[in-house]
Every structure is written in structure tokens, then in C-alpha cells.
Design a protein around this ligand. Structure first.
Ligand SMILES: Nc1ncnc2c1ncn2[C@@H]1O[C@H](COP(=O)(O)OP(=O)(O)O)[C@@H](O)[C@H]1O
Ligand SMILES: [Mg+2]
Length: 254
């Protein structure tokens, strides 16, 4: 398909551990079109981070055995945000946000202009000379998001990015992410273990079960991103559906 961004077929991943193979993902399919959002939800240890890392091309053959087809957007612009923000404590907000561009040798004047706009859009421009320790959790997460957005990614991969934030900050950042996706047509794959977050953000919700990680169900959730969805009956019903599927998956795995 013309606007296909990610295509994974029958992905099988095992970790190499002292001469043997420990399966982490089994027969995983994932298809994402440009501009779409996808959330991945499942219990701890079901391979969510592994899936993101494979997509980001971060594993080498020495560490894992990969079988199946991964047509990931390697040649496209992609950014990954990890759970712990990945900020360097000795660098200012500006330098931390500039890091991604620097690593790619793209920290020229034009890119600095882009970063300034991103910091302003995210409401953290006034903190540009502060250090991470002088920021709240929500502000730190915004710096991590700024670092990723400065790369102008087509695809943003996020690994439980909002899990350590308080409820209101978390909601504000969820809205911000939806807004960015809509304005920039950026695609998003976000891993979470929070049901409400998965349903709010993903137009496609992948529900995973452990031992080894499999996709139990793909929930079509086309209202994600609509204004006011958080307070609608349809949203609560989708949350309930995901909860039941997750419970069934965990019971089956036990
Ligand atoms: N680098 C690694 N080496 C060996 N095993 C790993 C490694 N990373 C993860 N695993 C194992 O693979 C499985 C899936 O892990 P992970 O992808 O981190 O799950 P999740 O993010 O859903 O919690 C777990 O059983 C975990 O112990
Ligand atoms: Mg994880």
C-alpha cells in the first residue's frame, strides 16, 4: 500500500542467554499507515519494549534472534522516547533537547530555529537554561519530547512515556501528543500499561499477552483523537473491552 509506514509479519524474537534462546515475541503482526496512531498494551514482560526496540533497529544479531518480516521505516525519520526521559543531568534544557540533532550532525542554524519553535510550542522555552533537576516531571518529559520532535520524525516511538507523571500532567501531555500528531501528521506507536491511555491515544490498540509475548487482539478504535472522546460512552466501552481482553489473556497464560 502506498502510505504504509510499518509492516511486521510473524515476528519472532528470542534473546540469546548463555547458549540457549529465550523466546520474547511470537508471531507478531503489526501494520501502520502514515499519520496513524497505535498503542500497545499488555502486562509487564510481554515484550512491549522488545517490539519498540526492534522497530527502532536497536538490537544487534549478537543479542537476539529475529525471524519473520520487519519492514520498519529504517530509512525514514524516526525518534524513540524512553520511560526515564533519557536526559543528561549536567546539560541544560536547550543542550538536552539539541542532543538528538547533534548526534546526527544536524545542529546547524536552521535546526536551531526548529528547536526554538518546538520548545516554545511545548511551553518550555522559558526553562531553556535550566538543568533537569530544576524541572518538574512533566517539564522533563516535555524536554524529551522536544528532543524527539526537533528531528521532525515521521514516526515517534514511545515506551511508557507518561507512567511516572501525576494524573493531570499526564492528561495534559496526552492531549499535547494528540495535537502534535494531528498538526504534523506524525505517526505514533506508544507502549503503555494503562488501559485509558491506550484507548485515548491509539486508533489501533494492540493487546498483548505474556509468555512469550503475542498479540491477542487488535482493537479498531477510530474515535481516538476526537475532541471530547475521553468523556464519551464509546470511550468507556472500549476501555472495558480492553480490560476484559487483557484479563482473559493473563488467565490463559497462567
Ligand atoms: N536484553 C535482554 N536480554 C535477555 N532477556 C531480555 C532482555 N530484554 C528483555 N528480556 C526478556 O524478554 C521478555 C520481554 O521483555 P520486555 O520487552 O522488556 O517486556 P515489557 O516491556 O512488556 O515489560 C522478558 O521476559 C524479559 O525478561
Ligand atoms: Mg518495557
Amino acid at each position: 500500500m502506498a502510505n504504509e509506514l510499518v509492516k511486521i509479519e510473524k515476528l519472532q524474537v528470542s534473546y540469546k542467554k548463555s547458549g540457549s534462546l529465550a523466546p520474547a515475541l511470537e508471531s507478531v503482526d503489526l501494520y501502520l499507515e502514515q499519520g496513524q496512531t497505535c498503542t500497545v498494551i499488555g502486562p509487564s514482560g510481554c515484550g512491549k519494549s522488545t517490539l519498540l526496540f526492534i522497530l527502532a533497529g536497536l538490537y544487534t544479531d549478537a543479542e537476539v534472534e529475529i525471524r519473520g518480516r520487519v519492514l520498519s521505516p529504517e530509512k525514514r525519520r524516526m525518534a524513540l522516547i524512553l520511560q526515564d526521559y533519557g536526559l543528561l543531568p549536567w546539560k541544560t534544557v536547550w543542550d538536552n533537547a539539541m542532543l538528538g540533532l547533534k548526534i546526527r550532525g544536524m545542529s546547524n542554524k536552521a535546526k536551531q530555529g526548529i528547536l526554538e519553535k518546538v520548545l516554545r510550542d511545548l511551553g518550555i522555552w522559558e526553562f531553556k537554561d535550566r538543568f533537569p533537576a530544576q524541572l518538574s516531571g512533566g517539564q522533563r518529559q516535555r524536554v524529551a519530547i522536544a528532543r524527539a520532535l526537533a528531528l521532525e520524525p515521521e514516526l515517534l516511538l514511545m515506551d511508557e512515556p507518561l507512567s511516572s507523571l501525576d494524573a493531570l500532567t499526564r492528561e495534559a501531555l496526552q492531549e499535547l501528543l494528540l495535537d502534535i500528531c494531528q498538526k504534523t501528521k506524525m505517526s505514533l506507536i506508544l507502549v503503555t500499561h494503562n488501559i485509558e491511555e491506550a484507548v485515548l491515544l491509539g486508533r489501533q490498540v494492540l493487546i498483548m499477552s505474556p509468555g512469550p509475548g503475542r498479540i491477542l487482539n487488535v482493537l479498531e478504535n477510530s474515535s481516538a483523537g476526537n475532541i471530547g472522546y475521553r468523556n464519551q460512552q464509546a470511550y468507556f466501552e472500549q476501555c472495558l473491552k480492553v480490560r476484559k481482553l487483557l484479563e482473559r489473556g493473563i488467565n490463559d497464560a497462567c
